[in-house]
Design a protein around this ligand. Structure first.
Ligand SMILES: [Zn+2]
Length: 148
Protein backbone atom coordinates (compact mmCIF):
# COMPACT_ATOMS: atom_id res chain seq x y z
CA UNK A 1 0.00 0.00 0.00
CA UNK A 2 1.51 3.32 -1.02
CA UNK A 3 0.33 6.64 0.33
CA UNK A 4 3.11 9.12 -0.33
CA UNK A 5 3.59 12.70 0.77
CA UNK A 6 6.72 13.08 -1.34
CA UNK A 7 6.58 15.69 -4.14
CA UNK A 8 8.84 13.43 -6.22
CA UNK A 9 5.94 11.00 -6.60
CA UNK A 10 3.85 13.60 -8.43
CA UNK A 11 4.07 13.94 -12.22
CA UNK A 12 6.72 16.61 -13.01
CA UNK A 13 4.42 19.54 -13.84
CA UNK A 14 2.30 18.92 -10.73
CA UNK A 15 5.42 18.54 -8.57
CA UNK A 16 6.63 21.92 -9.88
CA UNK A 17 3.27 23.55 -9.18
CA UNK A 18 3.16 22.00 -5.71
CA UNK A 19 6.65 23.31 -4.88
CA UNK A 20 5.67 26.77 -6.19
CA UNK A 21 2.53 26.60 -4.04
CA UNK A 22 4.49 25.83 -0.86
CA UNK A 23 6.89 28.73 -1.61
CA UNK A 24 4.12 31.18 -2.46
CA UNK A 25 2.25 30.34 0.75
CA UNK A 26 5.42 30.86 2.75
CA UNK A 27 5.95 34.24 1.06
CA UNK A 28 2.46 35.17 2.22
CA UNK A 29 3.22 34.10 5.78
CA UNK A 30 1.67 30.62 5.79
CA UNK A 31 3.64 27.43 6.33
CA UNK A 32 1.89 24.48 4.71
CA UNK A 33 2.55 20.78 5.11
CA UNK A 34 1.89 18.46 2.17
CA UNK A 35 0.04 15.51 3.69
CA UNK A 36 -0.59 13.37 0.62
CA UNK A 37 0.59 13.16 -2.97
CA UNK A 38 0.48 9.80 -4.75
CA UNK A 39 -1.80 7.02 -3.56
CA UNK A 40 -1.96 3.57 -5.07
CA UNK A 41 -5.31 1.90 -5.69
CA UNK A 42 -5.08 -0.21 -2.55
CA UNK A 43 -4.54 2.88 -0.44
CA UNK A 44 -7.42 4.70 -2.18
CA UNK A 45 -9.72 1.73 -1.55
CA UNK A 46 -8.82 1.86 2.16
CA UNK A 47 -9.73 5.56 2.26
CA UNK A 48 -12.97 4.90 0.38
CA UNK A 49 -13.89 2.27 2.97
CA UNK A 50 -13.65 4.80 5.81
CA UNK A 51 -17.13 5.73 6.97
CA UNK A 52 -18.58 2.98 4.76
CA UNK A 53 -17.20 -0.32 6.04
CA UNK A 54 -14.43 0.87 8.39
CA UNK A 55 -14.31 3.71 10.90
CA UNK A 56 -13.95 7.15 9.29
CA UNK A 57 -13.99 10.70 10.65
CA UNK A 58 -15.95 11.58 13.79
CA UNK A 59 -17.68 8.29 14.64
CA UNK A 60 -20.70 8.86 16.87
CA UNK A 61 -23.76 7.06 18.22
CA UNK A 62 -26.01 8.07 15.34
CA UNK A 63 -23.30 7.23 12.80
CA UNK A 64 -21.00 4.59 14.28
CA UNK A 65 -18.69 4.47 11.26
CA UNK A 66 -18.47 8.26 11.15
CA UNK A 67 -18.28 10.34 8.01
CA UNK A 68 -16.85 9.27 4.69
CA UNK A 69 -13.59 10.96 3.71
CA UNK A 70 -13.74 10.61 -0.08
CA UNK A 71 -16.18 9.83 -2.84
CA UNK A 72 -13.39 8.43 -4.99
CA UNK A 73 -12.84 4.68 -5.02
CA UNK A 74 -9.67 3.01 -6.30
CA UNK A 75 -8.62 4.51 -9.62
CA UNK A 76 -11.14 7.34 -9.35
CA UNK A 77 -8.96 9.90 -7.60
CA UNK A 78 -6.42 12.17 -9.27
CA UNK A 79 -4.13 11.16 -6.39
CA UNK A 80 -3.92 7.72 -8.01
CA UNK A 81 -2.17 9.30 -11.00
CA UNK A 82 0.18 11.70 -9.19
CA UNK A 83 -1.86 14.74 -10.25
CA UNK A 84 -3.19 15.82 -6.84
CA UNK A 85 -1.91 16.72 -3.42
CA UNK A 86 -3.40 17.55 -0.04
CA UNK A 87 -2.06 20.19 2.33
CA UNK A 88 -2.72 21.63 5.74
CA UNK A 89 -1.67 25.06 7.05
CA UNK A 90 0.60 24.99 10.09
CA UNK A 91 0.70 27.38 12.99
CA UNK A 92 3.70 26.99 15.29
CA UNK A 93 4.18 23.55 13.78
CA UNK A 94 0.62 22.45 14.53
CA UNK A 95 -1.76 21.36 11.74
CA UNK A 96 -4.73 23.75 11.57
CA UNK A 97 -7.39 21.44 10.10
CA UNK A 98 -10.26 23.72 11.20
CA UNK A 99 -8.78 27.00 9.98
CA UNK A 100 -11.08 27.62 7.01
CA UNK A 101 -9.83 31.18 6.58
CA UNK A 102 -6.20 30.12 6.12
CA UNK A 103 -7.21 27.18 3.92
CA UNK A 104 -9.05 29.66 1.71
CA UNK A 105 -6.06 31.99 1.56
CA UNK A 106 -3.93 29.03 0.43
CA UNK A 107 -6.62 27.90 -2.02
CA UNK A 108 -6.58 31.30 -3.71
CA UNK A 109 -2.78 31.04 -3.97
CA UNK A 110 -3.12 27.56 -5.52
CA UNK A 111 -5.59 28.89 -8.08
CA UNK A 112 -3.22 31.73 -8.97
CA UNK A 113 -0.70 29.02 -9.94
CA UNK A 114 -3.18 27.28 -12.22
CA UNK A 115 -4.12 24.55 -9.77
CA UNK A 116 -7.70 23.46 -9.20
CA UNK A 117 -8.64 23.86 -5.53
CA UNK A 118 -11.33 21.53 -4.20
CA UNK A 119 -12.44 24.12 -1.67
CA UNK A 120 -14.60 25.44 -4.53
CA UNK A 121 -16.24 22.12 -5.28
CA UNK A 122 -19.98 21.97 -4.78
CA UNK A 123 -20.51 18.24 -4.30
CA UNK A 124 -17.60 17.17 -2.10
CA UNK A 125 -15.85 20.30 -0.91
CA UNK A 126 -12.35 19.44 0.29
CA UNK A 127 -10.34 22.39 1.61
CA UNK A 128 -7.08 20.42 1.69
CA UNK A 129 -7.12 19.16 -1.90
CA UNK A 130 -5.47 20.63 -5.01
CA UNK A 131 -5.05 19.03 -8.41
CA UNK A 132 -3.80 19.73 -11.90
CA UNK A 133 -5.17 17.64 -14.73
CA UNK A 134 -3.91 19.50 -17.78
CA UNK A 135 -7.41 19.18 -19.21
CA UNK A 136 -7.39 15.38 -18.96
CA UNK A 137 -10.27 13.40 -17.48
CA UNK A 138 -10.02 10.41 -15.18
CA UNK A 139 -10.90 8.25 -18.15
CA UNK A 140 -7.96 9.70 -20.11
CA UNK A 141 -5.66 8.83 -17.20
CA UNK A 142 -7.12 5.34 -16.90
CA UNK A 143 -6.33 4.96 -20.61
CA UNK A 144 -2.70 5.78 -19.88
CA UNK A 145 -2.50 9.43 -20.97
CA UNK A 146 0.02 11.56 -19.08
CA UNK A 147 -0.56 14.99 -17.61
CA UNK A 148 1.88 17.48 -19.11
ZN1 LIG B 1 -6.81 15.10 -2.05
Amino acid sequence: MKNSRDLKDLVPIVAAKCAAFVSACKEQGVDVLITSTLRDNESQAALYAQGRTTIGINPRLAKPLGDVVTNANAGDSFHNYGCAFDFVPLKNGKAMWDDTKTFTKCGVIAESLGLEWAGRWKTFKELAHCQYTGGLTLQDLKNGKQVK
